[in-house]
Design a binder for this molecule. Structure first.
Ligand code: SAM
Length: 208
């Protein structure tokens, strides 16, 4: 498995698991300052666990869309540089603020990811956009935020089929989402996130 600097396989109760080094956030097991990063709780964790070509090396500048209470973005902020975390729901954002407290490079933004103009004055150009918004129109969100991504940057995108259409077969939904995404990105890898996340697709893309 190719892992970025700052992400390691560590032993927790005798079991090897992905981990980052930082303050615990959601009651996850810790050992010697390392926090277990469970792929079942994180689509990006599942992308790393399934050895997708995320291109992450550590130290990147990141825009994270759909930060929720900070489960995944807190792990990300443990090993990258400045991390802008967008979440539009006030309730999880309160926990996100707690996760950011001991992480000086994690900047929570209580904003709607469909309206990048509302945070464009704060966010610098980034090396990586990570998206996990679980909302209808996921590809449009990625297209709207493409403006922040460096030309040689990457989009790491978790697509949830049910957020687009609960009734249609996930493969059909994925194809349609990717067709829209191609308006602004070249797709370099797509892979199911099962068995960690049902009906989710992991996508790695570069801006065109
Ligand atoms: N990425 C999180 C993690 O792994 O810790 C989980 C994210 S959860 C599946 C999806 C989140 O996206 C929810 O917290 C939801 O409020 C947020 N979301 C949905 N649409 C959004 C939008 N337009 N702008 C910002 N956040 C949005």
């Amino acid at each position: 498995m190719s892992l970025p600097d700052g992400v390691e396989q560590r032993a927790f109760d005798g079991e090897e698991a992905l981990a980052t080094r930082g303050e615990p956030v959601y009651g996850e097991p810790t050992a010697d300052g390392w926090r277990r990063w469970a792929p079942r709780r994180s689509k990006l964790g599942a992308m790393l666990e399934t050895d997708m070509d995320t291109g992450l090396v550590g130290d990147e500048t990141v825009l994270y869309l759909g930060a929720a209470a900070g489960t995944t973005v807190s792990h990300v902020a443990d090993f990258v540089g400045p991390t802008y975390a967008v979440e539009f729901a006030a309730r999880p954002a309160r926990d996100l603020l707690d996760a950011a407290e001991p992480r000086p490079k994690l900047f929570p933004l209580l904003k709607d990811a469909r309206k990048p103009e509302t945070y464009a004055h704060v966010v610098e150009p980034v090396d990586v956009v990570i998206q996990d918004v679980a909302t209808r129109g996921q590809a449009k969100v990625a297209l709207a935020n493409r403006e922040f991504l460096a030309d040689d940057g990457r989009l790491l995108f978790a697509v949830k089929a049910r957020s687009e259409d609960v009734a249609r077969p996930p493969e059909e939904v994925f194809d349609e989402v990717l067709e829209t995404l191609r308006e602004g990105y070249d797709i370099i890898e797509r892979q199911s996130l099962e068995p960690f996340h049902d009906d989710h697709l992991g996508v790695v893309a570069t801006p065109r």
